[in-house]
Design a protein around this ligand. Structure first.
Ligand code: MN
Ligand code: MN
Length: 358
């Protein structure tokens, strides 16, 4: 006999038994999220055969072109999670306003915010994509939640996680007591508990940032990246590697598995928009996972989970991963961001110039 495996369902029920006051409603909700992710994993896995490749020809509320799979994955989440009686409302990257639970279904006590398909520009090139979800409590006495009811700091999430649709499909989640990873066994159609108690190492020598934005970076970020690039002979005294997948889920997953730090900082293009990633259904759930794994999740200036949201699709600078690195980046924002950074990398004393013999 092989050792007995624990399924996600068994794991959730076990967690519920640890908290005698817990009701089955929460278990049912996580089961619905799990089913939505399995359905999306199926569509993503079919690739071009599902007839789902390419642009949908529409744009979402944020003006981003939607892929067919963005639209379909959004429908899967809504249809799978609306009927179970666990939710009072939902918010999605693909919807301008909160989704109202149809009148024929009972309503529950939780709110769900999600990014149905993260990294969707990776779909057509067969690279990893994912789904991100965040569960909040509906405020007491609210049956028909409005936008303001979703505007809770990430620290109030009761559950958060993501699915990654890579060579294997995994579900990674936290209920506020550590981070747990499950791998989809396609033969039996169940997520199996394969990665107990995931931890992010405090130190790293691997960073991830989109350097094509470097001319817009604030002084603190320029300084941090310059010091990494300077390697052994620079102030950090060690060589760094760089990664960039352009999918938040894939970046977060890599950092959970083997460490690292990720930056999509606020930059100097649009001060009012302050960053690229969305607070409610990207930065907050990923932030909770990372913090629960012992890492740190920040806006660059302070803990992302403490930000009081002001709108559904609000953006934020986002820096997360190895605790020591994120703390260092926060220090740079605090201590060095006011004065312009004299970037040795791109200036007359530049490494690139030196390398060219100039
Ligand atoms: Mn996304
Ligand atoms: Mn998306």
């Amino acid at each position: 006999m092989p050792p007995r495996e624990t399924t996600l369902t068994e794991f959730i029920i076990g967690e519920q038994r640890k908290f005698p006051g817990a009701t089955g409603g929460f278990t049912a909700l996580v089961n619905d999220i799990r089913l939505a992710c399995k359905r999306i994993a199926y569509l993503v896995g079919k690739g071009a055969l599902a007839g789902m490749h390419g642009a949908a020809g529409s744009a979402n509320v944020q003006g981003e072109a939607q892929q067919k799979l963005d639209v379909e994955a959004n429908e899967v989440f809504l249809r799978t999670c609306e009927w179970g009686g666990t939710l009072a409302g939902m918010v999605s990257e693909e919807l301008a306003q909160p989704y109202r639970i149809p009148g024929e279904f009972p309503k529950g006590r939780y709110l769900l915010a999600f990014d149905p398909l993260d990294g969707s520009s990776n779909i057509d090139v067969n690279l990893s994509v994912g789904s991100i979800f965040s569960v909040l409590r509906a405020p007491e006495g609210v049956a028909e939640p409005a936008e303001r009811d979703f505007l809770q700091p990430g620290a109030q999430q009761v559950c958060a996680g993501y699915a990654i649709y890579g060579p294997t499909t995994m579900l990674v989640l936290t209920f506020g007591h550590g981070v747990h990873g499950f791998t989809l066994d396609r033969e039996i159609g169940e997520f199996i508990y394969t990665h107990p108690d995931l931890r992010v190492a405090e130190e790293t020598s691997e960073f991830a940032i989109n350097t094509s934005n470097s001319r817009f970076w604030e002084p603190a970020v320029k300084r941090y990246v310059d010091e990494c690039l300077a390697g052994k002979s620079g102030p950090r005294g060690k060589d760094f590697n760089m990664r960039w997948i352009a999918s938040l889920v894939a970046e977060a997953h890599r950092i959970l598995m083997r460490g690292g730090v990720f930056l999509y900082p606020r930059d100097e293009r649009e001060k009012s928009r302050s960053g690229r990633l969305r607070l409610l259904y990207e930065a907050n759930p990923i932030g909770m996972v990372i913090e629960q794994a012992g890492g740190r999740a920040s806006t660059g200036y302070g803990p992302v989970l403490e930000v009081a949201p002001t709108s559904l699709h609000q953006r934020t600078g986002f820096v997360f991963g190895a605790r020591r690195e994120v703390e260092r980046i926060e220090t740079y924002h605090r201590d060095y961001n006011e004065r312009p950074y004299d970037a040795p990398l791109f200036g007359t004393r530049g490494l690139f110039r030196a390398a060219n013999g100039a």
